[in-house]
Design a protein around this ligand. Structure first.
Ligand code: ADP
Length: 237
């Protein structure tokens, strides 16, 4: 099991955001974390990453409790939703900086080629378009070889060609046995990529299962409609 979560609770002030999440994430599969805005998706991901400290509950990543230190984070490649890059440094410098920080083997050259970033390597980050910034964000995430990959809205701003490249890249990582968690508002992307859907609602896992199971439970034939119908049918996990 790649991630095991037991009875996870998190509250911000009076706002009880996670209400006893139990979850197991298996190796070599792609999971989509879905749910309405404010349902706790980011809080759940940040708890796994150790960026949010839970009030109660246990999380283990690759068979190790995350309370036992930060080193497990080296086994996670995380693509943040909003990449706040330093504006005045060049793309090349940023890539080298992250490489130095991680101090792990990296394979940025093929990714730079894959996303056509060569012409931008000597440009400052502040001069790049949103889509190009996202391509840089993707290179920084995928250039390391970690067993667990967490992608927060990875398709943001991408043109169709880059989107195809991203999908191929994710499938390639999966074929290598990696575990991938994705949040996305793009249902077509989720439908194409996800082996399993995790639907969060009001701080609980409301549905966990395959797209086929979701369609059956909601009696829908269309994935997007099934997601919309999920809370109106008895599809509680
Ligand atoms: P989602 O990613 O599903 O949109 P979030 O996990 O970002 O949901 O947020 C869930 C709830 O927790 C929201 O009501 C949000 O305002 C609140 N929240 C998230 N992070 C913080 C924080 N650092 N401080 C206070 N409230 C927070």
């Amino acid at each position: 099991m790649t991630i095991a979560i037991n009875n996870l609770h998190k509250r911000f002030g009076k706002n009880q955001v996670l209400k006893g999440i139990d979850l197991s994430i298996d190796e070599g599969r792609i999971y989509a974390i879905l749910g309405p805005n404010g349902s706790g998706k980011t809080t759940l991901i940040k708890s796994i990453l150790g960026m949010v400290i839970p009030d109660k509950g246990e999380i283990s990543v690759l068979e190790q409790s995350i309370k036992k230190g930060w080193k497990y984070r080296k086994k996670i490649d995380y693509l943040p939703q909003i990449a706040n890059f330093p504006p005045n440094i060049k793309v090349k410098e940023l890539i080298n900086m992250i490489k130095d920080l991680r101090n792990s083997p990296s394979s940025e050259a093929e990714l730079i080629e894959l996303f056509g970033l060569e012409p931008f390597l000597n440009k400052k980050l502040s001069t790049l378009s949103g889509g190009t910034k996202q391509k840089v964000n993707i290179v920084l995430t995928f250039m390391f070889d970690s067993p667990l990959i967490i992608l927060d809205e990875p398709t943001t701003g991408l043109d169709p060609k880059a989107l195809i490249r991203l999908k191929e890249l994710i499938q390639k990582e999966k074929a290598q046995g990696k575990t991938i968690l994705i949040t996305s508002h793009i249902m077509q992307f989720v439908e194409e990529m996800a082996d399993e859907i995790l639907y969060l609602l009001e701080g609980e896992i409301y549905f966990k299962g395959s797209i086929q199971e979701l369609l059956e439970q909601t009696k829908q034939t269309n994935f997007e409609h099934a997601i919309a119908a999920i809370t109106t049918t008895d599809s509680h996990a």
